[in-house]
Design a protein around this ligand. Sequence first.
Ligand SMILES: *Cc1c(COP(=O)(O)O)cnc(C)c1O
Length: 396
Amino acid sequence: MTITALMPVYPRCGVRPVRGEGVYLYGEDGQQFLDFASGIAVNALGHGHPKLVKAIADQAATLMHVSNLYGSPQGEHLAQRLVDATFADTVFFTNSGAEAVECAIKTARRYHYANGNPERHTLITFNNAFHGRTLGAISATNQAKMRDGFEPLLPGFAYAPFDDLDAALALIDDNTAGFLVEPIQGEGGLRPASPEFLRGLREACDKHGLLLVLDEVQCGYGRTGKFFAHELYGVTPDIMAVAKGIGGGFPLGACLATEEAAKGMVAGTHGSTYGGNPLAMAAGEAVLDVLQEPGFLEQVEAMGQRLRATLEQMIPNHDHLFEEVRGHGLMLGLKMKSDSRRFVAHCRDEHNLLLVSAGENVVRILPPLVIDESHIAEFSTKLSDAARVYVPVADD
Ligand SMILES: *Cc1c(COP(=O)(O)O)cnc(C)c1O
């Protein structure tokens, strides 16, 4: 037997965290890491946040799970808070981002079905998109590394270059249901859409009766300094997938929609055994409590500006390595002139700094949203130490 007990689908690194505290992770041998990856934009409140820990512990002792066959005071309460804070009129809770995307796709198809247009089933999506790993979600991207060997995939998707409005509009036909897009591509290389692109998609939806479906699984929930990234653009979706930060580390996702867009999602059309159970709702309430504290998002914005300025100052000193800074708030990307995965490994193994690589040789910088100036200073020292001694490999 050579296969590992854990199915070997991840190339796991040597960091083996067993404990976390604030912005730090601790490995089996007690080594300390500065965590500017946050479980890929999940640990919005850092590790072991007392409010989140207490909410989960209290709820676990009170009521962990009941079926969605029963009334859900917990779900109603959190859904109402999300409705009050966003464009949405209704919320479906899931356990992951991919499931939130699945619900978004199903909601979009059911909308046109309910309108008597079942042929309008195709969502236009974008090159280098990442929407998760279910068969539906991998069908919604054209990235070969996620699709190869899993065919036949789901029909009903068309692919345009990201941020190319004319190409997206040219794909609209009688079968189009709408657009599915990340306002800021995460895995694909930390690429923000241009305002013209997102606004153009919204206008096309209004003109042709299509749905704008946003995937804010990574860029949403305070990450950019706004509650949701689309607020940066002044663009409102019809349907939106949310996850990652929403549970602060507890598996939770949500599909948000307007009343009109959700008109087809009647009793019996969708479901989830765990989705929105009391334990998940307690985690979601605690995260939202912190995000809605006065000044919290402003602080994310301020720390984002400081972190960006730090990175921009560093580029001229290491211009053989770094090209530009991308992103908003605490969702930043440092574009490299060589392999970003190798540099991320160097930062991790030699400087105890955790970052995440993304497409296009971008280093993703996704610290917990609760960082302060001292963490940025520590990050800056570690990153410049790492850059000073790093020797990139030619042609990689
Ligand atoms: C992470 C991610 C997903 C998938 O979320 P899972 O919880 O892994 O299923 C979907 N869309 C985007 C933009 C993501 O970043």
